[in-house]
Design a protein around this ligand. Structure first.
Ligand code: PNS
Length: 235
């Protein structure tokens, strides 16, 4: 009886090993050795270009979602500037100075992160500080359209500047500054939505507002001054 030549147990070509590895769920011998340090971009050793990015936003107030994104961005970029927009047309809950202080405290443990403020076009600011990328967060599909529009407009204005989207952790995907403000203003719990110091600042604001509603005199103001301001704001 004619005997069939036995199949070589180890194929001569590397692809054979690769197929076997894939079937067994092992790392492919064709793939470069798994090297976790490759993923650690916090080290700039051996790299020439330092990549600076800005993370622009209103941050009114900064949330745990923002912080999550800042932490992720700080691992990818050599330098990350959290850039608070100074927008005179908006009536923010927190002043730019307060937001800056909160963000500085929140990011004090991240060596390559700084906080700044800017007015005007984001792309102009990015060029001024020599950033090569704009970091933005996308929480859900609903964010996508607005973010895409903004990214494409920014690309039109400044083609050399890239927008990089990152996703915050799922547990933060429903958090927005607007909802945090609303919940806090209506007396709901904002625990776990914002860092402790932001929660304290929000509570302080709400206490002041409550005292104000009850006709108490806000610190440093006469009662009539306070009331006229309240009327002006509501109009
Ligand atoms: O946190 P926000 O409010 O979503 O941030 C929006 C922000 C500040 C990134 C955006 O409004 C902006 O870039 N404003 C600066 C003015 C500008 O560059 N406008 C053109 C954007 S396409």
């Amino acid at each position: 009886m004619e005997r069939r030549a036995p199949r070589p147990s180890s194929p001569k070509w590397p692809g054979g090993d690769a197929r076997r590895s894939i079937a067994l769920g092992l790392p492919s011998p064709l793939a470069p050795a798994y090297n976790p340090s490759f993923l650690d971009l916090s080290s700039t050793e051996g790299r020439v270009k330092r990549i600076k990015a800005i993370y622009p936003g209103s941050f009114d107030p900064p949330t745990n979602g923002h912080l999550d994104l800042i932490e992720r961005g700080s691992k990818i970029f050599d330098e990350l500037v959290v850039a608070i927009l100074r927008n005179p047309e908006k009536d923010p809950l927190f002043s730019v100075a307060d937001r800056r202080k909160m963000l500085e405290a929140m990011t004090s443990g991240l060596d390559n992160v700084s906080v700044d403020t800017f007015a005007g076009l984001t792309v102009d600011y990015a060029l001024r500080v020599e950033a090569r990328a704009i970091l933005r967060g996308i929480r859900a599909i609903s964010d996508y359209e607005y973010e895409l529009q903004m990214a494409l407009m920014n690309r039109k204005l400044q083609p050399g500047l890239e927008t990089v989207f990152m996703m915050p952790a799922e547990k933060y995907s429903y958090i927005s500054s607007r909802l945090v403000r609303e919940v806090a203003q209506l007396g709901g719990s904002i625990e776990c939505l914002v860092p402790d110091l932001v929660e304290r600042k929000l509570r302080e604001k709400m206490d002041v507002a409550l005292k104000f509603e009850n006709g108490e005199q806000p610190a440093g103001k006469t009662r009539s001054e306070g009331k006229s301001k309240s009327r002006k704001k509501k109009a």
